[in-house]
Design a protein around this ligand. Structure first.
Ligand SMILES: Nc1ncnc2c1ncn2[C@@H]1O[C@H](COP(=O)(O)OP(=O)(O)OP(=O)(O)O)[C@@H](O)[C@H]1O
Ligand SMILES: Nc1ncnc2c1ncn2[C@@H]1O[C@H](COP(=O)(O)OP(=O)(O)OP(=O)(O)O)[C@@H](O)[C@H]1O
Ligand SMILES: [Mg+2]
Ligand SMILES: [Mg+2]
Lengths: 248, 248
């Protein structure tokens, strides 16, 4: 019940939002009750799901609204607590509070019993809200492209998680994304990742333009093109995570 | 003299670091005195240039060291004020200062007269330091991939710049990156960008795996593969920017 999964990597543009949407939607299709929370002021979760939220996380964190009142239904079994650019001005305000790194955790606690999974979509850099997401998380899922700079980003994230949560055991899975088996650099780097992190490495999500098209269309990959490589790869990841988190 | 150019876009992974390295290095090869400043705690500028900095921006902003003492020479005419993960812990500390959005500007002022250009590499999200970069900037350069979510990110960035700098005139150029003319979605979106932003849109940087390889190798694209598409496209961008900023 109420597992809070932070989906994060210091590196930008490596598939965090795409993973939150398609893992969350995949679990919801299996009957799990899922909440997606966006802590990135770009507010890409709402765009990628094709919905227009009336209320956002800003109201729950800054204006004192109940988080439950800011949640909207995005799909059956799939709720969304969205973000927008108002969150940009929240960061300096939040960091002046003595409990600045626990604000999100406090807002999400009352929601935990209504959901099987709460996924938090983090932005690129380590903002005040990304620290909040890590503090609230019971589990951390790390997407990464199979490239030099992204892999370096993982090492730094581990250090960060260790210093925030006195240990890195909450990092449960590393998901290689946008994997292109035709590039010899990619195949070599994937083997390096598997050698370094062993069983933490999930099977890669292959590069697939249908994933980019689906987010532009505001649909999950299952709605946009059920038979695409992207849909097959994310469905396989959902199965692996269901087993990891003992869901059905 | 001393133009401060923030290279930023709320969207992650769209070529900010690659643009800072190859525009900075291109201008340095033309004889400009260039400083690159990294405000992203990933510290990817140093990695992409293949150098190991002894001191970082953290010391100049938090420990009170003179910024000039934290600068290292990366190439002829090309200096670097690097970042590392210590910058992660700086954000909450900085935001408690009353002048929190001007800290970088104050640190860079004494350096302005030694350089023709100072490029600031921003991280993905709108962190305290990204706000600092925008406040210090005389000019803003916005890289963007030719994709739906990145283009949406530009609209939000404009709003942000307008609210921080009472107007968006400092946004001088938008650089389409990773452009793949074979994808029909890309060509259509590029035309949409040109229709919306007109002369602000520079000719696109085409997708070119040599750019990814060069950053993994710690080299500029001119050092790694002078005849590649990436080198030609960035050299052309450097020419356009030299004309825009009346340099030689
Ligand atoms: N496996 C894939 N194959 C092809 N394109 C993909 C894949 N996964 C994601 N994309 C596309 O790559 C771009 C970046 O993905 P996404 O926005 O999910 O990354 P992000 O890590 O959330 O970025 P940010 O750092 O800005 O939050 C998007 O246009 C997305 O549609
Ligand atoms: N034109 C291009 N063609 C192919 N690959 C590219 C191109 N430009 C950049 N890349 C690669 O894409 C990845 C992302 O680029 P880069 O790190 O410069 O983006 P960024 O916007 O700085 O990311 P972040 O948000 O993490 O700071 C890198 O591996 C880089 O080498
Ligand atoms: Mg995202
Ligand atoms: Mg970067």
């Amino acid at each position: 019940m109420g597992r809070i999964v932070a989906v994060t990597n210091l590196k930008g543009g490596i598939g965090k939002t795409t993973t939150v949407v398609n893992v969350g939607a995949g679990l919801a299709l299996k009957g799990a009750r899922v909440l997606l929370v966006d802590v990135d002021a770009q507010g890409n979760l709402a765009l990628a799901l094709g919905v227009k939220p009336r209320r956002t996380l800003y109201e729950a964190l800054i204006d004192g609204a109940r988080a439950a009142d800011c949640v909207m239904s995005a799909r059956p079994n799939l709720d969304l607590l969205a973000a927008d650019e108002s969150l940009l001005s929240a960061q300096p305000t939040l960091s002046r509070r003595p409990d600045w790194s626990r604000v999100l955790d406090q807002a999400l606690q009352p929601l935990k019993r209504h959901y099987d999974f709460i996924f938090v979509d983090c932005g690129g850099s380590m903002t005040v809200l990304n620290v909040n997401a890590l503090m609230a998380a019971t589990d951390v899922l790390v997407p990464t492209t199979v490239e030099h700079l992204s892999i370096k980003g993982i090492e730094k994230l581990f250090k960060q998680v260790v210093s925030l949560k006195s240990g890195a055991t909450s990092i449960r899975v590393i998901v290689p994304t946008m994997f292109d088996p035709r590039l010899k650099q990619s195949t070599a780097l994937l083997e390096q990742l598997q050698a370094t992190y062993g069983a933490l490495i999930a099977p890669p999500i292959r590069v697939n333009v249908r994933l980019s098209e689906s987010s532009a269309a505001g649909q999950t990959i299952y709605e946009y093109d059920r038979r695409s490589r992207g849909a097959l790869d994310y469905a396989q990841l959902v199965e692996r995570l269901s087993a990891l988190w003992s869901f059905r």
